[in-house]
Design a protein around this ligand. Structure first.
Ligand SMILES: C[S@@+](CC[C@H](N)C(=O)[O-])C[C@H]1O[C@@H](n2cnc3c(N)ncnc32)[C@H](O)[C@@H]1O
Length: 473
């Protein structure tokens, strides 16, 4: 899937207007911003989704967006009807909540927060001072890299994990890095922060995904809003933190699937990546965070009563029965689990000290290079043996609860990422639960009905498809 945004955009530049719909479709779209760099957002297609939902539910009742992801579609739908945004991931719930729920009393939250950032905080001081040996090492490594000496910065990316050091690993071939990692674990323990979720960003992801300094500042921000602001604003702050993490992360494509590999297999430094490593690792966390916080507090959502929840799609369909009148479903379609690309955001949202997965075949205390959560969600939609059953349940539960449904079907991408379900098989499953199933092809702005007389659909490979399922023809 193509990335939605380039790697260099500032929060301000991420603002965009949804394209105007073609004749006959709703035109009053709110200004939407993309909260995170996200694969597969359906923002571009919103006019067609809105129109298909209106066809499926003329009364404009509540829509249940079952796979809400980055929240941009839910937010755009909120202009037209009440929305329940649901996703299995906590980071998605947090972002959807910040986008959809009106937060009162936030007018001067940015200036208040900026002032509080200037004030001293014993916890932040302790954290910064504990990690200082690594912050210094990385600073020297970046300066050396600027003069063509890239060995140390490569080691930070490859072997700089504090979590690994807590398990007696880390440091690679460098005694200097090893001893600094040990010193940091000792200082964290002395400050009462050994194994602490207060230090989540720096312990789990410092060095690998963010500079140590950036990771410490992400933790300090989280500590500040947990300590000094009302709990009701927690989703708002956490969403701004997640947007910040997505913006500053030092990876190719701003995803979290894996840290940058700074060398080729034979050990040669990839010099073309050094400028990017320098640039990303020097993005200022406070400025970026305050920018995002401003963005979240000033955007306007239409209507009241929107809700964001974290739930498996089956539980949402069952437990919210009677509370929605139409369903929008945009599940994954390839074997790539979304949780692999966003595990860092999930851990930053939950701060729950998860176990980290091992790489297959590695030693017991060795961590996966991507530092994935061990309990990373495995979606049945991404598993060949489970996908048909997953769709069957989706259609059965939605129709059993009396709701019409619009399903997005993503186009074929590349040989390495084929769809696990073909469109004809999907339509057959839909027809087991719904008497009327109609296909619409979407070109990003308008949509057209496809010939349904045979299952041999002639769909252009780049076209997105909406499957509109109705209980009454
Ligand atoms: C294609 S993305 C949705 C994108 C979204 N429509 C947008 O515009 O940002 C698919 C989403 O399905 C979620 N997901 C996967 N399996 C799930 C399950 N069993 N229950 C609920 N959500 C699930 C993933 O976490 C991911 O956010």
């Amino acid at each position: 899937m193509p990335l939605n945004v380039s790697t260099e955009e500032s929060p301000q530049l991420l603002l965009e207007n949804i394209p105007k719909a073609s004749v006959g479709e709703p035109t009053n779209y709110p200004e939407v911003f993309r909260p995170i760099h996200y694969l597969g957002s359906k923002l571009r297609m919103t006019p067609s989704i809105v129109s298909a939902l209106d066809d499926a539910d003329i009364a404009r009742g509540t829509v249940l967006d079952l796979f809400a992801g980055s929240g941009t579609t839910s937010f755009a739908l909120a202009d037209h009807r009440q929305v329940i945004a649901s996703d299995i991931q906590e980071y998605s719930r947090v972002i959807c909540s910040a986008l959809l729920v009106r937060h009162l009393g936030t007018e001067d939250v940015v200036s208040t927060f900026a002032r509080r950032l200037q004030a001293s905080s014993p916890l932040a001081d302790a954290l910064r001072s504990a990690v200082q040996p690594l912050i210094e090492f990385e600073q020297m490594a970046l300066e050396a890299a600027a003069h063509g000496e890239a060995e140390s910065i490569c080691l930070v990316l490859e072997h700089g994990s504090i979590l690994a050091a807590e398990r007696g690993l880390g440091g690679g071939s460098s005694n200097e890095l090893k001893s600094r990692l040990l010193e940091v674990t000792r200082r964290l323990a002395q400050a009462g922060l050994a194994g602490s979720s207060v230090a989540t960003a720096v312990r789990y992801f410092g060095g690998a995904y963010f500079s140590y300094r950036q990771a410490v500042e992400l933790d300090c921000l989280a500590a500040l809003f947990a300590d000094a602001f009302p709990q009701e604003l927690s989703d708002l702050f956490t969403a701004a933190l997640l947007s910040t993490a997505s913006h500053i992360v030092n990876t190719v494509g701003k995803q979290f699937a894996q840290p940058i590999r700074p060398r080729t297999k034979n050990g040669t430094v990839k010099h073309h990546l050094l400028a990017k490593i320098q640039r990303d690792r020097q993005i200022d966390v406070h400025t970026t965070f305050l920018g995002w916080l401003g963005q979240y507090t000033t955007h306007k959502v239409s209507g009241d009563g929107h809700v964001a929840i974290r739930a498996d799609y089956r539980d949402a369909l069952k437990n919210l029965s009677g509370q929605y009148s139409v369903v929008y479903a945009d599940p994954p379609y390839t074997r790539d689990h979304y949780s692999r690309f966003y595990h860092v955001l999930e851990t930053l949202a939950r701060r729950d000290n998860p176990e980290v997965a091992r790489s297959p075949g590695s030693a017991e205390n060795e961590l996966s290079r991507g530092l994935y959560r061990d309990d990373r969600h495995q979606s049945p939609f991404c598993i060949k043996s489970k996908v048909a059953g997953a769709f069957q349940e989706l259609f059965k539960l939605a129709s059993g609860n009396g709701a019409n449904m619009v399903v997005s079907y993503s186009p074929f991408e590349s040989g390495a990422h084929p769809r696990l379900m073909q469109i004809d098989a999907l339509v057959s499953l839909a027809r087991e639960a719904y008497p009327s199933v109609e296909l619409q092809s979407v070109d990003g702005i308008s949509h057209s009905k496809l010939n349904q007389s045979s299952l041999n659909f002639d769909i252009p490979s780049e076209a997105e498809v909406l499957i509109v399922c109705r209980l009454a023809p």
